[in-house]
Design a protein around this ligand. Structure first.
Ligand code: FAD
Length: 102
């Protein structure tokens, strides 16, 4: 096996140079859209955006920055998809509309 010193190295000499900060995270996203208990996307003023639902990696994890175990992302994604569709179907049949109002 070669040591690090035996490998040829490339020197970056020509600008422009671009830098990207990389932060490690466990499997799922650690940010994203904030949803309520019905899967509705929330506005910054903490009110639901009627007619817009989200789940899975597009949303902030219900477990914050942790990943407790296998299934910790797919599980909530499937459950919140079910909850969201159930809520949509219920409110749609009540209101007769699914239009998004910002
Ligand atoms: C290596 C690895 C291992 C994992 N193991 C586990 C595990 O054991 N258990 C567990 O619970 N979770 C696990 N996960 C996490 C799990 O796979 C994800 O949380 C889950 O797949 C997220 O599902 P999603 O539908 O929200 O997003 P995704 O599966 O990312 O689906 C999003 C879809 O949208 C598509 N898309 C993106 N942009 C656009 C666009 N502009 N227009 C149209 N389509 C678009 C993408 O192509 C993709 O098909 C693992 C993830 C990785 C990477």
């Amino acid at each position: 096996m070669k040591s690090v010193d035996q490998h040829p190295r490339s020197v970056l000499e020509k600008a422009p140079f671009w830098v990207v900060k990389i932060y490690p995270g466990d499997i799922g996203t650690k940010g994203g859209l904030v949803i309520n208990e019905f899967g509705q996307v929330m506005r910054v003023n903490d009110t639901p955006l009627e007619g817009l639902y989200a789940c899975g990696n597009s949303t902030a994890s219900v477990m914050g920055s942790t990943y407790p175990s296998a299934g910790g992302t797919v599980g909530p994604a499937m459950v919140f998809a079910y909850i969201a569709m159930t809520h949509l179907a219920t409110t749609r049949s009540r209101a007769g509309s699914t239009s998004i109002t910002a």
